[in-house]
Design a protein around this ligand. Structure first.
Ligand code: ZN
Length: 69
């Protein structure tokens, strides 16, 4: 007792949010993104609406390099 975790029985139902990135379909965590795609958004790989920019491939590769480093 005493220790209260976020979530639990105090879940706020935000209309079953799903990641807004095309073909993802995972449960959204922040800003309509799943945790992975939220990282993408933070790294500038996708727009707020989950749209990939024209130079997505280049950005994605740079992101993967950074992640692997
Ligand atoms: Zn996602």
């Amino acid at each position: 007792m005493g220790k209260k975790e976020a979530g639990g029985d105090n879940v706020i139902n935000l209309a079953a949010a799903v990641c807004c990135v095309e073909k993802c379909g995972k449960k959204a965590d922040k800003l309509n993104f799943c945790p992975e795609h939220y990282m993408w958004f933070k790294e500038g790989l996708i727009s707020k609406k989950g749209v990939r920019p024209t130079d997505f491939d280049k950005k994605y590769q740079a992101y993967m390099m950074k992640k692997a480093a």
